[in-house]
Design a protein around this ligand. Structure first.
Ligand code: AMP
Length: 539
């Protein structure tokens, strides 16, 4: 008789706040407990006092006393350009230093040294690998890693790189909602439309899927990359700071250590209120006035929390309706709602799910674990007879810049993956020069608001020839063109720097926003002069 069936592959949910790892044994997926016996590992990396790297709970524990050297929320930065709007906004939000990496990407400073985000995420992944290997008592060379459905091509590539740096062969990058759907519906022979409602630490994602046996087809996807648990925390933080100001006329926002304690207190109160109707935020010795210690002691009820955050929850339902509307669907058409992400545990979310969809969210699918479980199931099913078929969609359009800096869509939102589209190459901008095409991804009609993916360049003689934009099954972009001599040939997408048009637009936007004195930052290329060298045929 055959022994237990267990492949040397794991599924990893690399979350903004927490990561989770799972494996499959005898077709049953299970979460691997971390070294502290928990089922999740904080996605935090820190440089300890002795110059050693700390990962997970130990790193999170020292966040309050060592905020500059503690990296959290790496998932929001990975694969993004340093001078992108998102990164520039996050710079003022995070306590650690976000700097420009070697290739114009966002990177972080730890102990005065620059680390790329794939390097940081690789430390979390390597830690998970170690945990899984110790638990399963064998080497685990392969992994499936999940990413948000809205991740762009460079973000996916960066996660792949992190996996490689951690020593994995990354068999697949899978979209989180698809993984959650797998955890719910794998091998159950269902014929249902489900909605995956994923409210995590920093982002809200919603996807609608059609399940048909082991075919998992994403119909539409959407969300908001700036709506998540931290926004709920911020409402509580404001409430506490206002209370403290009223009592003592002291603005705690000026003290980073006090603020970190208030943030932690606010988050714990929020989590408590998912279980109990009343709590107290109790932070002794938070400040000093005339030599006397001052404490925070603020009562907060679930009712009050609901009032403070109702608009945030309502926004998630507007987004659900938008995604459903993209496919001409209504809340009534949904058979099951699956909850993912820690913030979806809030009772208000669950109440409003019930009233909005006319049915409660599906019980038995664990919001913190289902993505890792689904990823593990996918890993286990690869190359087997009962393997699943995943039909995903593109979450944000991919297109090219027009000469007037507008965005021309080539692959539309919700295009089925894999997918491809062809067009004819336009003439060069100046006669006789190379044809240069700048590729972007995003929802806006203006390139400046979208993510720059890279550029391709071709000789002027290629004008009018066919060019193909193709998305593979992992949503990675491949571009090829019909070379008169070699036939269809894949082109290298150069992502070394941001194109001139975008740089100008960003500079204009920065000018319009009039940065405060002393805060002006030169744009990436200005510091290096890299862009101009590159355009002139440099590296
Ligand atoms: P995730 O990114 O899925 O790990 O979600 C983390 C977010 O969920 C954080 O903002 C947490 O504060 C929040 N969270 C975790 N547990 C709960 C809970 N029981 N009730 C409300 N929010 C929670």
């Amino acid at each position: 008789m055959a022994g237990p069936r267990e492949k040397a592959i794991i599924g990893i949910d690399l979350g903004t706040t927490n990561a989770c790892v799972a494996h499959v044994r005898n077709r049953i997926p299970r979460v691997v407990p971390t070294d502290r016996g928990n089922l999740i590992l904080p996605s935090v990396v820190a440089l300890g006092e002795r110059g050693d790297f700390l990962v997970g709970g130990v790193a999170k524990d020292q966040l309050v006393v060592n905020p500059k050297n503690t990296i959290y929320g790496a998932k929001r930065l990975i694969g993004r350009k340093w001078n992108s709007r998102v990164v520039q906004e996050l710079r003022s939000y995070y306590s650690y230093d976000i700097v420009e990496g070697p290739n114009g990407e966002a990177a972080v400073l730890l102990g005065g040294k620059v680390y790329t985000l794939p390097q940081i995420s690789a430390m979390v992944l390597a830690h998970l690998k170690k945990i899984a290997e110790a638990f399963l008592q064998k080497p685990i060379p392969e992994a499936i890693i999940s990413v948000p459905a809205y991740y762009s091509d460079p973000q996916r590539q960066a996660v792949r790189e992190a996996g490689k740096l951690a020593g994995f062969e990354v068999k697949r990058i899978v979209n989180e909602p698809t993984a959650a759907a797998l955890a719910y519906g794998f091998s159950r022979g269902l014929d249902q439309k489900i909605l995956v409602y994923d409210l995590g630490g920093g982002t809200f994602d919603v996807s609608v899927l059609q399940l048909n046996g082991n075919v998992f087809e994403v119909l539409a996807t959407g969300g908001d990359t700036f709506l998540g648990g931290v926004d709920f925390d911020n409402r509580i933080i404001d409430f506490v700071l206002e209370d403290f100001w009223r009592s003592h006329r002291i603005d705690l926002a000026d003290s980073p250590i006090a603020m970190q304690r208030v943030k932690n207190g606010a988050e714990s109160a929020k989590i408590d209120l998912s279980l109990v109707p009343n709590t107290v935020i109790d932070l002794p010795f938070i400040e000093e006035k005339k030599g006397k210690p001052l404490d925070i002691r603020v009562a907060l009820s679930r009712q009050r929390l609901n009032e403070l955050t109702l608009d945030l929850v309502e926004r998630t339902f507007q987004l659900c309706d938008q995604v459903l509307g993209d496919k001409g669907l209504k809340p009534d058409d949904i058979d099951e709602v699956i909850l993912v992400g820690g913030q979806s545990r809030m009772p208000l979310v669950q109440e409003l799910i019930r009233s909005h969809f006319g049915k409660p969210a599906r019980k038995g699918v664990h919001p913190d674990e289902c993505v890792a479980l689904g990823a593990a199931l996918l890993g286990d099913s690869l190359d087997s007879i009962d393997s699943v078929t995943l039909v995903d969609v593109l979450s944000m359009p991919i297109g090219i810049a027009t000469p007037t800096s507008q965005f021309r869509r080539v692959l539309d939102k919700n295009s089925t993956i894999p997918s491809s589209r062809s067009f004819r190459l336009p003439p060069p901008r100046e006669p006789g020069q190379q044809i240069e095409i700048d590729i972007y991804q995003g929802a806006s009609d203006q390139i400046v608001d979208n993510e720059f993916l890279g550029s391709i360049r071709l000789p002027a003689a290629a004008t009018g020839r066919r060019i193909d934009f193709k998305l593979d099954e992992e949503c990675l972009l491949k571009v090829s063109f019909d070379d008169p001599e070699k036939g269809m040939t894949e082109l290298k997408i150069a992502t070394r720097d941001t194109p001139d048009a975008l740089r100008r637009a960003l500079a204009d936007a920065a000018e319009a926003q009039k940065p405060k004195e002393g805060e002006a930052q030169p744009a990436a290329g200005e510091k290096r002069g890299g862009l101009f060298g590159w355009l002139k045929g440099g590296k």
